[in-house]
Design a protein around this ligand. Structure first.
Ligand code: R5P
Length: 260
C-alpha cells in the first residue's frame, strides 16, 4: 500500500474504527426521506462522522469546504430506482475530479450475481488501477440484488471478489456467521445500516457488527431518518469507538443535543 493510500485511509479509519455517514442515496433514489434538504440535514451530524460518503453534486452544493469531514466520494451510477435492474452502473465521476475535491477515498458498487455483474467487477478493477496512481483508496460496496440471500456464503463471495480486485476497504451487510466473511476477506469490512428500523435494533446491529469483526459502520437511513439524528450518530459512535453497550448507547440516542 502506498504512503498516500495509507495516509488517506488513516483519516477515515481512526484508531482502527470508523463511523461513516452515508448520504449518497440520492444517486439512484432521488430525494430520499430525511435528505430532501442536504444543506440543512448535514451540519449537525458532520462533527460526529469520521467520514462522509456522498456524490460530487451533493458535496459541491451542500457541504461547506471548511466543515467537511474526510470525503468518500461515490463515483458510480446509472439506473434509477425506477429500473428493475440496478446493476447497470458505470463509473460516472473521474479520479481526477476526486482529487480536485480532495476526497480521501472513492467508492462504487459491485453487483455480484446480477445481470451486469462482470461490468461492475471490471469497473472496480479499473477504478483501483486509476485511483492507486494518485494514492487514493477505494471502498467497494457490495450491493445486493432483490433475489440474493444476504447470507455469509453470498456476502463472503462478494467481499472476497472485491478484495481480490484490489479494494482497500469493503462495505457489506451484516449477517449470521459474519465472522466467516471477515475471516475470508483480507481487507477491513464496514457494514451498511440498511432500511430504517427502530433505534435500539439499529444500535444492536452496530454492536453485533463490531463484535463479529467489522471495523465500523457506514450508516445512513438509521441515522438521518431517526427522530433524533444527532443523538443517533453519537450513540453509534459510542458503540464503534468506545465499545459501549446497546443500553448505554440507547440512552445517548435519547438525549437531545442543543443546536450549536
Ligand atoms: C447504497 O448503495 C448506498 O451506498 C448507501 O450508502 C448504503 O446503503 C448505506 O446507507 P444505509 O445505512 O441507509 O443502508
Amino acid at each position: 500500500m502506498s504512503w498516500g493510500v495509507k495516509n488517506r485511509l488513516s483519516r477515515i479509519i481512526r484508531n482502527g474504527r470508523c463511523v461513516m455517514l452515508a448520504v449518497d442515496h440520492g444517486y439512484f433514489l432521488g430525494p430520499t426521506s430525511g435528505l430532501e434538504n442536504l444543506g440543512k440535514a448535514l451540519p449537525p451530524l458532520l462533527p460526529h462522522a469520521d467520514a462522509l460518503m456522498l456524490t460530487r453534486g451533493a458535496l459541491r452544493t451542500s457541504v461547506l469546504p471548511e466543515s467537511a469531514p474526510p470525503i468518500v466520494l461515490r463515483v458510480s451510477g446509472g439506473p434509477s430506482v425506477l429500473k428493475e435492474d440496478l446493476s447497470d452502473e458505470y463509473i460516472t465521476t473521474s479520479v481526477e475530479e476526486a482529487v480536485r475535491l480532495n476526497a480521501s477515498a472513492v467508492t462504487m458498487s459491485i453487483f455480484v450475481g446480477s445481470a451486469h455483474e462482470s461490468r461492475t467487477i471490471a469497473n472496480l478493477g479499473k477504478l483501483v488501477n486509476e485511483a492507486e496512481r494518485y494514492g487514493l483508496p477505494v471502498l467497494a460496496v457490495t450491493a445486493v440484488g432483490k433475489d440474493m440471500a444476504r447470507d455469509a456464503r453470498y456476502l463472503g463471495l462478494c467481499c472476497r471478489m472485491a478484495a481480490e480486485q484490489g479494494a482497500h476497504v469493503v462495505k457489506t451487510y451484516h449477517c449470521e456467521g459474519f465472522e466467516k466473511v471477515v475471516e475470508a476477506t483480507p481487507v477491513p469490512l464496514i457494514i451498511a445500516g440498511g432500511k430504517k428500523v427502530p433505534e435500539r435494533e439499529a444500535l444492536q446491529l452496530a454492536r453485533n457488527a463490531i463484535e463479529s469483526g467489522a471495523i465500523g459502520v457506514d450508516m445512513g437511513r438509521n441515522i438521518f431518518q431517526s427522530d433524533n439524528p444527532t443523538g443517533m450518530i453519537r450513540a453509534v459512535r459510542a458503540i464503534v469507538h468506545e465499545n459501549a453497550s446497546v443500553d448505554s448507547a440507547y440512552d445517548l440516542y435519547k438525549r437531545k443535543v442543543p443546536a450549536r
